[in-house]
Design a protein around this ligand. Structure first.
Ligand SMILES: [Zn+2]
Length: 184
């Protein structure tokens, strides 16, 4: 069990499929059960972190599957969930949070920088988070030298570089508290 948790899921699947064909059903069964997060009643659970109660274990597995992760580059939990959601929905690999930042909303874990210079993608992400402004706890978005707090876009002063003018990333600021109940 511990060995499986240390391997990437792709390796686990590969090993599981090999075992299904090369070993008996008795050996294949525990692998299938573990993959489905179903603790076996007749075997001790070696991981110290696993809850002993079966219902609690099942509930934890369900939560892990449904809710977006609440840790993302030092941001607050509800901000982190939006970071994970945007990665999942739009495939943006580079999203900045609080790590390495000491300024304003970023330093406080209340902001994300979604790195893209693609106008269509940036527009789509900006409109998506503004359409879910209340649910995500968003306060405002900056994109392509424009600011929007939900009441429409307004142009900003020239700050100098493309980064400072937000032509290479969508900046999203958030309220300091949120529900952190977003599903991924
Ligand atoms: Zn930013």
């Amino acid at each position: 069990m511990l060995w499986m948790t240390l391997r990437p899921s792709a390796d686990v699947e590969a090993v599981a499929s090999v075992d299904t064909h090369s070993t008996s059903a008795v050996e294949a069964d525990p692998i299938a059960g573990a993959a489905l997060h179903e603790p076996r009643h007749d075997e001790p659970q070696p991981e110290p972190g696993l809850p002993a109660d079966d219902e609690l274990a099942a509930l934890s597995a369900m939560k892990a599957k449904v809710l977006c992760g609440t840790e993302f580059k030092g941001t607050l939990p509800h901000v982190a969930q939006v970071g994970h959601l945007l990665q999942t929905m739009f495939g943006v690999g580079d999203i900045g949070g609080a790590h390495g930042r000491y300024d304003g909303d970023h330093g406080a874990g209340r902001a994300l920088d979604v790195m893209t210079s693609n106008t269509v993608l940036g527009n789509t992400i900006a409109e998506f988070v503004l359409a879910n402004k209340a649910r995500f706890g968003v306060t405002y978005v900056i994109w392509q030298q424009r600011y929007n707090d939900g009441s429409g876009w307004s142009y900003m002063e020239d700050r100098g570089s493309p980064t400072q003018n937000h032509y290479d990333h969508v900046h999203i600021s958030f309220q300091s508290s949120g529900a952190a109940n977003i599903a991924c």
